[in-house]
Design a protein around this ligand. Structure first.
Ligand code: GN1
Ligand code: MG
Length: 373
């Protein structure tokens, strides 16, 4: 096994047992660099870990990210234990560093952390069945539920204004004006799409401000591939990717899961005729999610879950388009120059379909709420 000496130096600063026998990069997600490590201990026992370099362009204060992750994982472990469930393999566990920290600073701008590898598990990038998506909905619902008694003021806002739609809009206008990549003139319809819905899509921010809905511990990145599923049974084991855990709204978590998982096409599909909301998948996820949160979320939160799906779809459209205008500086994993534009258009098509299906979504959610009473 050949391994980069800088990477080896980082690995040596964590409390891993035994000898490193494998180190492989896992290509997933837009944001962090990820490696899978395998160690063999004295008695031949194998242990696996995930090592990640935190993207410090996105996360300006990685120590605060890790502080959030530590608090939340500890809370989840206690909540599971209180239910009589062994937290091993069900909650991420942060591997300590040799000096007792949660993160290694490599001195070159890189910040690294490690987790126990979740065993016998897979993730899926596309939903394979309604039943699977119902389970994923239950997993994210449980996540919300178990954290509903977490003292929110102990969490850092690690990416300030992450889902502040109003701020996203003003940043968007700055990108249009700045036109750093000289692309604004080629996308007038897309810019208009964002502008025309701006006011309506700020509704969640308004509800948080007015107190109509409360701040909650939010995962903030509830794509289906952030739930690890048991390889054999398909059962949801563990919610991962906790970097964006911070104060937010339950509507964001519900909404982003729908945006990604209940779409009939990939996030960067260029054939827009293939992009739509799969209403059956919406219903399945909503059923799983609401079954675990009905007694924890307020009436206003539950009733507005469909709005969450629309706002998250809008927000991603806006962010992909802004980044296209900025010259692909945030979503840097572009395979071709218009890649972020394709992603933006796909989200716009999905939102348009959600607008058409709004009454259906509302009806499904109303029936599910009624059923839990
Ligand atoms: C990013 O890296 P990934 O794929 O988990 C982004 C999300 C976006 C998503 C769009 C910290 O998540 O907010 O919705 O891409 N994460 C961050 O695919 O910006
Ligand atoms: Mg992520």
């Amino acid at each position: 096994m050949t391994i980069d000496s800088k990477l080896k130096a980082v690995i040596d600063r964590f409390v891993f047992p035994g000898a490193l026998v494998e180190c492989a990069e896992i290509k997933t997600g837009h944001i962090n660099a990820t490696y899978r490590l395998r160690f063999v201990g004295a008695e031949g026992a194998q242990r696996e870990y995930v090592l990640q370099r935190i993207n410090n362009y996105v996360f300006k204060k990685p120590d605060e990210v890790m502080q959030n992750v530590r608090l939340v994982t500890e809370h989840l472990s206690r909540a599971l234990a209180a239910r009589g469930v062994d937290p091993d393999n069900r909650v991420l566990r942060v591997v300590p560093t040799v000096d007792g920290g949660a993160m290694v600073d490599d001195g070159e701008g890189g910040f690294w952390r490690a987790y126990d590898f979740i065993r016998h598990a897979v993730t899926v990038d596309r939903v394979q069945s309604a039943d699977q998506f119902r389970q994923i909905g239950a997993a994210f619902g449980d996540f919300q539920g178990m954290l509903s008694d977490f003292p929110i003021d102990r969490l850092y806002d690690t990416i300030p204004h992450f889902h502040d739609t109003r701020k996203r809009l003003s940043d968007f206008e700055r990108s249009v004006k700045g036109d750093a990549a000289g692309r604004a003139a080629s996308v007038p319809e897309e810019i208009e799409f964002i502008r025309s819905r701006g006011k309506a899509m700020c509704r969640i921010v308004e509800m948080l401000e007015s107190g109509e809905i409360p701040l909650r511990v939010t995962h903030n990145d509830t794509k289906i591939n952030n739930v690890m599923l048991d390889k054999a049974t398909g059962e949801a084991l563990c919610v991962i990717d906790l970097d964006t855990v911070m104060p937010g709204s339950a509507l964001y978590d519900f909404g982003d899961a729908i945006r990604y998982g209940a779409c009939t096409a990939a996030e960067d599909e260029t054939d827009l005729s293939r992009v739509a909301l799969d209403i059956d998948l919406f219903a399945a996820f909503a059923e799983g999610f609401i079954s675990r949160t009905a007694d924890r979320l307020t009436k206003a939160e539950l009733e507005n879950l469909p709005l969450g799906a629309m706002v998250m779809t809008y927000e991603n459209a806006l962010r992909f388009l802004a980044d296209h205008l900025d010259g692909d500086i945030y979503f840097t994993d572009v395979d071709y120059p218009e890649h972020n534009l394709s992603r933006a258009r796909c989200q716009m098509k999905l939102l348009t379909d959600m607008e058409a299906k709004r009454a259906d979504m509302d009806g499904i959610v109303a029936r599910l709420i009624e059923r839990t009473k």
